[in-house]
Design a binder for this molecule. Structure first.
Ligand code: AMP
Length: 279
């Protein structure tokens, strides 16, 4: 696996991979790789001839009081796991390569980033959209794969790719979960053993609410019960539990397909997100 840190070398390496009409699928990550990330890499190898993974902890998607400095980083361990998954190339630019002095441009996907996580994290999705657009232009992949774990992010990137005519197929990958249902996340590493045990209440409450709504229960009642169950399970606060149109992310007061249950809750200092299809 080649580890590349400058754009000129990257362009040559990706062009070599694409020679003879071969395809490249990109999996953008912030590192601290877990089995959820690796399931995306496996999907990349299924849908394309070569998997390219990027690791970049993107400062512009962290708020001033968020965990940018503390975000877990272990490139050597990540690289070893990517070699096991037969990744062709790891794109790991420094901040100065991604954002050289004088960098002024950003992308906003108007509206889609305002609610849910965007309301709690102003500017977060502008940071995400901007870095993903840059990654697309740097790597020039045929396909890019994002986890459904970050449903709002996936919806925003699909819209950006469509609006800006990126010639990249965007694929969503199913959420990888631990045995007790908790979605795998780099931030799960912040949880104490007690918090980790309690955290299973979060996906359990969402699963119950999704089943209730799909079965005809009132949306408000089901969402309120999910919120109460998450708190009763040991969480300190619920940022939102909402039923949304799966594509436009518009809030739904009544069930209609395709719908997605979206949620964020805090346990101790750790904010966890999750989502589920309602069908
Ligand atoms: P991150 O490193 O957190 O930015 O995540 C990189 C990519 O992995 C994103 O597309 C995430 O949606 C995806 N991802 C993270 N956790 C999971 C998971 N548990 N299941 C599926 N995809 C995931």
């Amino acid at each position: 696996m080649q580890i590349i840190r400058d754009i000129a070398t990257l362009h040559r390496a990706v062009a070599a991979l694409q020679q003879g009409g071969k395809s490249v699928a990109l999996v953008p990550t912030m590192g601290a790789l877990h089995d959820g990330h690796l399931s995306l890499v496996r999907m990349a190898r299924r849908v394309a001839d070569h998997a390219v993974v990027s690791i970049f902890v993107n400062p512009t998607q962290f708020g001033p009081n968020e965990d940018y400095a503390a975000y877990p980083r272990d490139e050597a361990r990540d690289a070893a796991r990517l070699v096991e998954e037969k990744t062709a190339l790891l794109w790991a630019p420094d901040v100065a390569v991604m954002y050289p002095d004088g960098h002024r441009t950003h992308i906003e996907v108007a509206g889609l980033g305002a609610d849910y996580c965007g309301a709690a994290r102003p500017g977060h999705f502008d940071g995400v959209a901007t870095v993903v657009a840059k990654l697309f232009n740097q790597v020039r992949p045929d396909i890019a794969i994002f986890g459904e774990k970050d449903w709002q992010q996936l919806a925003i990137i699909r819209r950006m790719a469509r609006d800006l005519d990126f010639a990249v197929d965007i694929l969503g990958a199913p959420i990888a979960r631990d045995a007790d249902g908790l979605a795998l996340s780099s931030r799960n590493a912040y949880l104490s053993p007690e918090q980790r045990a309690a955290a299973a209440a979060f996906p359990a409450a969402l699963k119950e609410a999704a089943a209730a709504i799909a079965g005809g229960a009132g949306v408000d009642t089901a969402l309120a019960k999910a919120q109460a169950d998450i708190i009763a399970g040991g969480f300190d606060s619920v940022h939102y539990v909402a039923l949304a149109d799966a594509d436009s992310l518009e809030r739904l007061a009544e069930y209609r397909r395709p719908a997605r249950l979206l949620a964020a809750a805090r346990i101790g200092k750790t904010r966890l997100i999750d989502n589920l299809a309602v069908e």
